[in-house]
Every structure is written in C-alpha cells, then in structure tokens.
Design a protein around this ligand. Structure first.
Ligand SMILES: [Zn+2]
Length: 265
C-alpha cells in the first residue's frame, strides 16, 4: 500500500477522467492520494474530489506562482474555511518560487514580496488551525527555509520535490520537518536525489508524484498520475536496499503521522 502525498488532480489534464485515475492508482497499490490546491479555483475542485472519492484527501492554499492572480482581500478567510473541511489535512501548496519571471505589472521585487506575504500569512493560519504545511521552493531555498524556521516547533512542513543532497535537508529534519521525493528519483542524471533518498532514514521522507508533472521512468515526459508513484517507490527501495513492502510501510506511516490520519486503510 502506497500513498501519493502530493498530486494536482484538479489539473485540467486529469480532472476529466478521475474514475480511471483513481482506479489505476488502486490497481497499482496507491490507496491514498493527497491532492494539493494551488489557487482559489482549484482548491474548491480539490474539496469536491475529496468528497467524491474515499481515497482522496486534500491540502488547500495559494501557490507562490498564483499570488498575483488573487484579487480578493478575503482569500485567507476562504482558505481557512476550506481548511475546516474534515478531509483537508494540510495547508499547501505554499512557498516561494524565484524561478519564474514576475508577471506583467510586477517587478521581481514586488512579486517576491507578495509571495513572502502570502507564505507568512498561510504559515500563521496553519499554526492557528493546528495543520501542517506543504512547501514549494524553487531557486528560493534559503529564503524559504528562513521563513519556515520561524515556525519550528509550531508546525511541521514537508519540503516537497526534494532534489538536493541530503546534507541540505538535515537542518529541516532536525526541526522535525520532512522532505518528499518525486519521479525525478528515477532519472538517470539525478545523482543528488538518489544520494538523498538513500541517506534518509524511515520517518524522514515521503513519496509523491507531483502529477501531472514529473512522471517517473518509464513514463518520463508524459502525463503523470498517482499510479506512477509505484515506479518511484520501486526505484527508491532498490537504492536503499530494502523491499518495496518495507519502504511502503514506513513511508505510509510517516504520511499518516504528518497528515494526521488519512482514514483507516
Ligand atoms: Zn505541487
């Protein structure tokens, strides 16, 4: 039994064939999916999907690449209202993204500042609600870690799609945060991910797809879906010299602990 702890099933490329996506996941042994909201439209879709499928749980939040599209002042109240839903198990996807250019009408400075404001307010909300957070960082590692560090001991964060060496993750792990690994672990040129996924001990990491992105080998370059987390699990189990069953058992336990339940399986 495996859990895809981070996928975007509200994506237009997946949402239209959800019965098939869920069936294929179950057939691959992926019996829980945590689907991750990124903006005010798709958080609502995530809630609807979580209500429809017992296998689906949700995280809600405003992704750093969506902060300039939010044009209401009550966005945080909306996130808080969704977070009260019994199947919402985290706040996310939140974080900082310095990879993408500022959209029209924004400078790099005002764009990054708005991302920081959104991250800060959602971290505060998570503490108030007693939820953990799903964190995105891209070319923004130091600032993201600095901002989350202020909440050490008050919440736990998963730094998703970890692609650096394990040494980079160690300060986070020491503060009781987690990382998660995507299908990048199956790519031939991903030596750092292989090293990190091998060095991590049980309880320090989870598995994810980030579907519809980052499909693992043998689906690389195609649309990714939660069933594919099995390929990532098989590859990581092999680097670690442990059985797929053992890896599945401890990553599932880590996810259940981090998200607070996910129902009886
Ligand atoms: Zn994501």
């Amino acid at each position: 039994m495996l859990i895809d702890t981070h996928c975007h099933l509200a994506s237009p490329t997946l949402v239209g064939e959800m019965d098939g996506v869920v069936e294929r996941a179950i057939a691959a042994g992926v019996t829980r999916m945590v689907i991750i909201g990124t903006d005010l439209e798709d958080c609502q879709i995530c809630i609807d999907l979580a209500e429809r499928y017992p296998q689906i749980y949700a995280a809600v939040g405003i992704h750093p690449c969506s902060v300039t599209e939010v044009d209401t002042d009550d966005w945080l109240d909306q996130v808080a209202a969704w977070a009260a839903h019994p199947k919402v198990v985290a706040i996310g996807e939140i974080g900082l993204d310095y990879y993408h250019d500022a959209p029209d009408g924004w400078t790099t400075e005002t764009y990054h500042q708005r991302q920081k404001t959104f991250l800060e307010r959602q971290l505060e909300l998570a503490v108030q609600l007693g939820k953990n957070v799903v964190v995105h960082n891209r070319e923004s590692w130091d600032d993201t870690v600095d901002m989350v560090r202020a909440y050490n001991g008050k919440l736990r964060a998963v730094f998703h799609c970890h692609t650096s060496a394990w040494a980079a993750a160690e300060p986070l792990i020491a503060a009781n945060h987690l990382v998660s690994f995507t299908g990048i672990a199956t790519f031939k040129n991903a030596a750092a991910v292989r090293e990190a996924a091998t060095a991590a001990v049980p309880g320090q990491f989870m598995l994810e797809t980030d579907a519809p992105y980052l499909a693992p080998v043998p689906h690389r370059g195609k649309r990714c879906e939660p069933a594919h987390v099995r390929h990532t699990a098989e590859a990581i189990a092999q680097f670690r010299g442990e059985s797929l069953e053992h890896l599945a058992a401890h990553t599932t336990e880590t996810a259940r602990d981090f998200f607070g339940g996910l129902g009886s399986m």
